[in-house]
Design a protein around this ligand. Structure first.
Ligand SMILES: Nc1ncnc2c1ncn2[C@@H]1O[C@H](COP(=O)(O)OP(=O)(O)OP(=O)(O)O)[C@@H](O)[C@H]1O
Ligand SMILES: [Mg+2]
Length: 374
């Protein structure tokens, strides 16, 4: 179902993305070892990744780094190794022979014990050793193993040099392909540092697949098909209004379709409910930022209200939160661009997601939500 809210897993539930899937499989077939899947939030990176991995027919492991980070507060090697192995075994469901082969290989890695779907460690697992074994197995059997880190930029918060490990693998283990996705595109670029001579992956080649929002035409087609699938009739004018409000961001279009088509709300109710949910999401996401500085909030608020130049943002922020020096403001703005909350262009700063912009415009902060104003 097109309007299912979970990240899609099956090709038939994924609207379009033909080009991106083709590019992904081409990179795999060419034996490329590093693929980046980029795009702001809710454009369908996880969905595309799920479908691309399952269509690849290769053994793969997909690790949701963002949720690991938020559940555990850090990402120790044991956890990553466990998730990696469990994912691989899961991807071989129904392929018992290959699965047994892999269990044998993994059991020979120092410190690792695999029985059934259970993974145990006698000692701290050696991740590099594990990857080497996987590569050797892939080489011997003519396979390619895909390791995907969804929202990989969170690996950088783990305190462990995973960028070095990935660089080592990309350079030395040609039968493994790493896929990194990121909605905080600037943060992901910082983490892997392809252009940064000080970083281990400097100068490496990566296949970059950047997800775009749907065009007006695609958005309309997506909505019409989704409603048709549910047997719900919707006027053309409504479709046009929805596209005006949600602007080709598939996550919002899907949520609207779900509220209207599955929950059977009226157009007005569906839009209201969508903004309510968006508000909860935005406050949640933004509060992670504002723990560092409440000024992030005022900057976003300033831009949502139409202040797009550096000086008008500064004026607003100072009016709300007192003096801020130029270097500090520039640093905060730069971070917001890296996180994908703001876009910087010739016309100044803007908020790339119209729903988030509207939410920020409407919402006033609950008092006491933020503690610091550094
Ligand atoms: N091509 C598509 N066809 C149909 N539905 C899609 C498509 N891409 C994404 N969706 C839907 O849009 C929503 C967001 O998708 P997904 O979680 O894959 O995006 P994301 O970019 O990974 O988002 P996030 O930044 O929150 O991780 C989900 O409800 C998903 O089912
Ligand atoms: Mg995702």
């Amino acid at each position: 179902m097109l309007f299912d809210l979970q990240p899609k897993r099956r090709r038939e539930d994924l609207y379009d993305r033909e080009e991106e899937l083709k590019e992904f499989s081409e990179a795999i077939e060419l034996g490329e070892t590093l693929i980046l899947l980029l795009g702001i939030r809710r454009l369908g990176k996880s969905s595309l990744l799920n479908v691309a991995l399952s269509e690849s027919g290769k053994p793969f492991s997909k690790i949701d780094v963002r949720s690991l980070y938020f559940t555990h507060g850090s990402i120790p090697q044991e956890l990553l190794a466990r998730k990696l192995i469990e994912g691989l075994l899961k991807s071989l469901k129904g392929r018992d022979k290959v699965r047994m082969e892999l269990v044998n290989v993994l059991s020979r890695v120092k410190g690792v014990k695999v029985s059934g779907i259970q993974v145990e460690f006698d000692e701290k697992p050696d991740l590099a050793g594990l990857l080497e074994r996987l590569d050797a197995w892939a080489e011997k059997t003519g396979r390619r193993v895909i390791i995907a880190f969804d929202e990989a930029q969170y690996l950088r918060l783990s305190g462990i040099r995973y960028d070095g490990l990935i660089a080592y693998a990309v350079d030395n283990l040609p039968n493994l392909t790493f896929v990194l996705t990121g909605s905080e595109v600037g943060m992901l670029h910082d983490f892997i540092g392809l252009d940064n001579p000080k970083k281990p992956l400097f100068g490496r080649y990566a296949r970059e697949i950047t997800l775009k929002r749907f065009s007006r035409e695609q958005s309309g087609d997506f909505l019409r098909r989704g409603f048709e699938e549910l047997g719900v009739k919707v006027q053309e004018e409504e479709i046009e209004r929805v596209i005006d409000n949600l602007d080709g961001i598939v996550g919002w279009l899907t949520l609207y379709g779900y509220l209207r088509g599955v929950r059977k709300l009226s157009e007005k109710e569906a839009i209201e409910e969508l903004f309510e949910r968006a508000k909860a999401l935005v406050l949640d996401e933004v509060s992670a930022l504002t723990r560092y500085s409440a000024r992030y909030w005022y900057i976003l608020k300033a831009v949502s209200l139409g202040n797009n130049s550096w000086s008008s943002i500064k004026e607003y922020v100072e009016f709300k939160a007192g003096k801020i020096n130029d270097a500090k403001l520039s640093a905060l703005l730069k971070n917001l661009v890296k996180y994908g909350y703001l876009k910087k262009s010739r016309d100044g700063y803007s908020i790339p997601d119209p729903v988030i912009k509207e939410v920020l415009k409407r919402v006033n902060l609950p008092l006491g939500k933020f503690l610091t104003l550094p």
